[in-house]
Write a protein that binds this ligand. Structure first.
Ligand code: BG6
Length: 471
């Protein structure tokens, strides 16, 4: 009988990145621009060079090997592979990923590929409004077909769409029509994305029968602000709107009745065509990918609160820290018991255990943590080091909760800290740095882009070597 308190022997000790955040070369070798290339916050670095991984991937994979990674999660850039969004495959684009995967495999690292991480080809946005049109479903399916055909043999684990849930919270990830109700557009796009996700799973079953596929969802579990039953109910509904809306669709293929009622009453329900729900229900994922950074606190929100659109306060320079409100249902608030990061994200390791158990009880699917980590302002010391002890604490505490969750019965099979190396933070450029490898550049100064191992690199290496026993 195996030791229930240890990480499984084949646990995927990993780390994550995404294409537009590390690759750079945004117009090189045939790549066209994506909506993020054009929309990313211009107060910070743009996507043209970022960490220059496109040119330095061999050096980066060598560092992954030194770190001891068993797996590496990266995303594929749709406009690099299909510069026109569809049609002719860009040979050089697909070659880049073939070479990356080859390099990973030769170094004993399992590739974990995300199909879509926010970077929609801008030409499709211009042509028919991107995710607002059902036309994208076929284009997305074609893109997946190209990936499965070229890379299916060499990549076992795939993620369909990264953080479909966050398009509701982070408006810069999507392009909206300012003349129409924002909320209505979001629910429409959510439905269309779910169909695209489902179709990609069906294709995958045919083309990569031995592989595994699932979504990567961004989730912050909601705690009630008090034991007032109104707050308890508010926290449950916040989970419905922010989590179970997506996960119930992915796993069970249905809209939760309370959300459907809300959408009808507020005239924001998506158009559902014949066969849609059957397609979704017939495309159950193999696992759930979970991006976890923080928990949230919510209280009951009186009807009298004004704004009917879901309110998003992205907190200016500090990133997505604002509190959300749905009048009559819930409003966000802060948690007095938790410490905050430099960006006011509340640090809650126990919340991860709570969430893992909730997801396990509800869906009984294996889970992989596809993102988890701490963003901070960092500089090299004179000795060219980065003493990121706060990150070591963060990861240690979260991993300890993962181990407890495994002990609780959660089938957790991997952990991908965000991120393997410094990259362009979606909200804050290079001012906000994440895990393991420092990239020597600033937002406006490219410097030499050299790679420097942070203290957390050595710590994680040791954790991997001991399969978590050194925690
Ligand atoms: C997730 C995204 O939402 O959070 C990543 O999948 C992102 O792309 C990460 O970088 C951290 O957010 P930020 O704003 O700190 O870069």
């Amino acid at each position: 009988y195996k030791n229930p308190t240890a990480f499984p022997q084949d646990f995927l000790w990993s780390a994550a990145t995404s294409a537009y955040q590390i690759e750079g070369a945004y117009l090189e070798d045939g790549k066209s621009l994506s909506v993020v290339d054009l929309n990313i916050n211009s107060a910070y670095a743009d996507t043209s060079i970022t960490s220059d991984h496109y040119h330095r991937f061999k050096e980066d994979v060598a560092l992954m090997k030194e770190l001891g990674l068993k797996a590496y999660r990266f995303s594929i850039s749709w406009p690099r592979v299909l510069p026109n969004g569809r049609g002719e495959v860009n040979k050089k684009g697909i070659e880049f990923y073939l070479n990356l995967v080859k390099e990973l495999k030769e170094n004993g690292i399992e590739p974990l590929a995300t199909i879509y991480h926010f970077d929609l080809p801008d030409c499709l946005q211009k042509e028919y409004g991107g995710w607002s049109s059902r036309k994208i479903i076929d284009d997305f399916a074609y893109y997946c077909e190209v990936l499965f055909e070229h890379l299916g043999e060499n990549i076992k684990y795939w993620f369909t769409i990264n953080e479909q849930s966050n398009m509701f919270l982070l408006p810069y990830l999507m392009v909206f029509d300012t003349d129409k109700s924002l909320e209505k557009q979001k629910y429409e796009m959510n439905h269309i994305m779910t169909l695209a996700h489902a179709k990609s799973i069906q294709l995958f079953r045919e083309m990569v029968p031995s592989g595994k596929i699932g979504p990567a969802i961004g989730i912050s579990p909601n705690y009630p602000k008090s034991c007032d039953p109104k707050d308890i109910q508010a926290s449950r509904e916040a989970d419905d709107f922010r989590t179970y809306l997506f996960t119930d669709l992915y796993v069970y293929g249905h809209y939760r009745p309370n959300i459907w009622k809300y959408m009808l009453e507020n005239n924001v329900a998506p158009t559902i065509m014949e066969g849609d729900l059957e397609l979704i229900a017939g495309s159950k994922p193999d696992f759930l990918g979970l991006n976890y950074y923080q928990s949230r606190v919510v209280a009951y929100a009186p009807e009298t609160l004004e704004n009917k659109d879901i309110i998003l306060n992205t907190g200016g320079n500090k990133g997505a820290t604002g509190y959300e409100v749905i009048p009559g249902i819930y409003q966000g608030s802060s948690n007095q018991y938790l410490e905050k990061t430099d960006w006011d994200w509340e640090v809650d390791p126990i919340g991860l255990r709570v969430l893992l158990n909730d997801l396990n009880d509800r869906y009984h699917l294996p889970i992989i943590i596809t993102e988890n980590g701490i963003g901070a302002i960092e500089e090299l010391t004179k000795e060219r080091q980065v003493h990121d002890y706060y990150r070591i604490n963060y990861l240690k505490n979260h991993l300890a909760q993962c181990r407890l969750a495994i002990n609780d019965g959660v089938k957790l099979f991997g952990y991908c800290p965000w991120s393997f190396m410094d990259l362009l933070s979606t909200t804050s450029g290079f001012r906000k740095r994440y895990e393991f490898v420092f990239v020597n550049r600033e937002d406006e100064d490219l410097m030499d882009l050299s790679r420097i191992k942070k203290d957390s690199f050595y710590w994680y290496k040791n954790i991997i070597e001991t399969n978590g026993d050194m925690l």
